[in-house]
Write a protein that binds this ligand. Sequence first.
Ligand code: DC
Length: 215
Amino acid sequence: MIRIAVDGPGGAGKSTIARRVAKELGIEYIDTGAMYRAIGLKLIKTDTDMNDEKALVGMLEETSIDFSNGRTILDGVDVSGQIRTEEVSAKASACSALAPVRAKLVDLQRKMAASKSVIMDGRDIGTNVIKDAEVKIFLTAAPEERARRRYDELTARGLDADYDKVLADINARDYNDTHRKLNPLTRAEDAVEIDSTDMSIDEVTAEILSIAEKH
Ligand code: DC
């Protein structure tokens, strides 16, 4: 059995690379960011005030999140496309600071990773969700490079994008994710750090596979 934890800031390439590694090793990929995004989307759709704890807890009790063939399923509906907007990104980052949200999702993530081989990516996987993971990776890249990748991705999808705005959003999200009180983004002591700024997807994938092979 092998459990691989991949943590790092938004846009470092975690999900693209984790998906590849999962395919190569024939293990399951769990995108925990998608779970926070699904909660963010539900908060927006139901117009729930996330600072009203009673309303938030009530909403969480009535929420189910699952994965099916790499798709994110919220309350039985495939929301994989809808959770990738800037509005949902910001809401996911904001609600991920709240204890009831983290308690529900971390519990779900631990159940998903129980007694099977997985690669899971997020912010607190190696430091909190799977503290005893066999392999821990901390994947980073310079903010300007992460903004350029995100900008390219948006324009390739035919969407209007402004590089400076994308960079400002990335910096704001980095700040939130590293400064929140509960399980902020930080490198686990026993994680291998990979800076992907000047590396291709293939190179990073190969490096993680070679680290995994040693286990
Ligand atoms: O990886 P992502 O950009 O899809 O994540 C969206 C947000 O969810 C991110 O801003 C922080 C939060 N998150 C978290 O707090 N803990 C995780 N394990 C994964 C994501």
